[in-house]
Design a protein around this ligand. Structure first.
Ligand SMILES: [Zn+2]
Ligand SMILES: [Zn+2]
Length: 561
């Protein structure tokens, strides 16, 4: 505990979009791990001079694959990447939990969310996140390809039953939300279907992705889970998939939702190579629907590994693996997974256009509150490339110089060369902390108002090189304690704070447990007696870090505010 000591952060330029503070010089006061309003004339025990610095809340990554089975498979598949020297970007493609936590903290991030937790593997996911130092964390549980949901939809289950199934799954796995990956498609792949469009029935269950999307989005809204359905849409990576992305949006019928790694879902079929940018169509759909949000899943050039629950699409891409090896797994009646190493190349037309499409989405969307900065770590590139991505978005000359190095046809085929917009620091603050906090329902994070948790990143202002600025923050505070200085960890091993675990607390029907346990005993992967994680056990998984339950507001109005 930092006790009652009062610290003053003096004279920094504060970017706090939640409170409309846009680069004004303000003093911030911290006590007991929170931002406070000191009594008039009360002296600070410690004062830190932040003149010349930019002050933001700690970064929040709402979609990064840092826990659960897939990343362990990726590490097994690619031991050579673990050997790279410090400073080599390949080192961060599939880092272990300890390296992951520190690299995030050293960049000014203080919370991260694993988006693809398999229910049967929830315990391991929470333990791996618990091994990740300093960061607060949480996970979204996957539904929509599990035998139980598809079977009950096929048998005509009503919305209340689906709602209760979602509630019980969230409760049992201590999840922060629900992610659907290629709705019904991972299951269809097990029945030898190699693609599944939004209105195409699953060969065995005769259920369509549209039905799965609607039932999950409705159920989450009925439960009042703050983060709406987190959607990895159908046909990831396929030329012309903008049609399925727009059909997915249409299937939601106005319900709130978050579409993830949309760069991989915004492809047209035009031009000489039958592969084109559909960023404009995606952005128009987003601009017209304030209840929707996206994260981009930007690609960046170089070596990475793609790791996804979408076995169907990963299997289709296995021929492109570099190095040439891959691993797939059917996770019994529940899920799937595929790991395919990949190298994005500047000289490749497709890769260069993917790069441009991601940037077009960031730069064309009207409302930054609807757009979250991600690379879908490690799928589009490691999270350690965020500072480079921020410079691409904030510095048009830098971006144009990069565009000129790419496959020559790309500049002709896309709108990027004509986009003049440069994101402001305020917009960066929205896309990297204020927006994700709001989308997840985290009321005391992502802003710098009185009472907020003192998770704070302080960057030395550098208008000429935003990459350097965001790579090495001057100071990073977690719960009011200094955890990094000048881009380097600042605690002795064993002294670092332990992150907390976020999870939602939905109302559950006391009777549903019994019926579900019966079904789980028959079709589940794990003995139902072992599936449910209690709060004491969750605390142990998180190495004693704080439990951070997030309330649900059943019956709330739609929308993201
Ligand atoms: Zn995904
Ligand atoms: Zn992902």
């Amino acid at each position: 505990m930092s006790g009652a000591r009062l610290t003053c952060l003096r004279g920094g330029r504060v970017h706090d979009p939640v409170h409309g503070v846009d680069g004004e010089v303000r003093d911030l006061w911290l006590r007991g791990g929170r931002l406070v309003e000191p009594a008039p004339g009360e002296p600070a025990d410690t004062t830190i001079d932040l003149s010349g610095c930019i002050v933001m809340a700690g970064g929040i990554d709402l979609h990064t694959h840092i826990g659960g089975g897939k990343m362990n498979l990726a590490r097994l598949l690619l031991p050579e990447l673990q050997r790279h020297a410090d400073g080599d970007p390949c080192r961060h493609v599939a880092p272990g939990a300890i390296e992951t936590g520190w690299r995030y903290v050293e960049m000014g991030y203080t919370a991260a969310f694993e988006p693809a937790m398999v229910a049967a593997n929830a315990r391991q996911t929470h333990m791996e996140l618990g091994d990740t130092p300093v960061l607060d964390h949480g996970a979204y549980v996957m539904l929509g390809n599990d035998e139980m949901l598809l079977r009950r939809l096929a048998e005509g289950a009503g919305p209340e039953e689906i709602r209760d199934l979602i509630a019980w799954t969230l409760h049992a796995t201590k999840a922060m939300g629900v992610k659907v990956v290629n709705p019904a498609g991972i299951s269809a792949f097990k029945f030898d279907q190699r693609r599944l469009d939004v209105d195409e029935p699953h060969r065995h269950w005769q259920v369509t992705p549209r039905q799965v999307l609607q039932s999950l989005a409705q159920g989450l809204q009925a439960l009042g889970v703050p983060h709406p359905l987190h959607i990895h849409a159908s046909n990831l990576g396929v030329a012309g998939n903008i049609d399925s992305t727009l059909a997915t949006i249409d299937a939601l019928e106005g319900l709130p939702a978050h579409l993830t790694h949309v760069q991989f879902h915004a492809y047209g079929r035009e031009g000489p190579k039958k592969f084109s940018s559909a960023a404009r169509a995606l952005v128009e759909a987003l601009d017209a629907r304030p209840q929707l949000s996206v994260d981009v899943g930007q690609i960046l050039f170089g070596q990475t590994v793609t790791a996804s629950g979408d076995t169907m699409r990963q299997f289709a891409n296995a021929g492109l693996a570099s190095p040439r090896k891959s691993v797939f797994s059917d996770i019994e009646c529940e899920a799937g997974c595929g790991v395919v190493p990949f190298r994005y190349r500047e000289s490749s037309f497709v890769n260069a256009l993917q790069w441009a499409i991601g940037l077009e989405i960031f730069l064309q969307a009207k409302d930054p509150w609807q757009v979250v900065l991600t690379t879908d770590h490690p799928n589009g590139g490691p999270f350690t490339s965020y500072p480079h991505l921020i410079r691409l978005l904030c510095d048009r000359d830098f971006r144009d110089a990069q565009l000129a190095r790419l496959h020559p046809e790309v500049a002709q085929q896309c709108a990027l060369k004509d986009i003049r917009r440069e994101l402001t620091l305020q917009e960066v603050a929205i896309m990297t902390r204020a927006g994700p906090a709001r989308l997840l329902g985290l009321r005391d994070r992502g802003h710098l108002g009185t009472g907020a948790v003192a998770d704070i990143a302080v960057y030395r202002d550098d208008p000429l090189d935003r990459e350097r600025m965001f790579t090495t923050p001057e100071w990073v505070f977690k719960d009011g304690a200094v955890v990094a200085r000048q881009g380097r960890r600042a605690t002795e091993p064993g002294q670092e704070p332990v992150g907390g675990t976020f999870f939602v607390v939905p109302d559950i029907d006391p009777d549903i447990g019994r019926a579900l346990r019966r079904r789980h005993a028959r079709w589940g992967t794990v003995n139902p007696d072992h599936l449910e994680i209690g709060c004491d056990e969750l605390c142990a998984c998180g190495r004693g870090g704080r439990l951070l339950p997030v309330e649900c507001f059943a019956g709330r109005e739609g929308g993201t505010a």
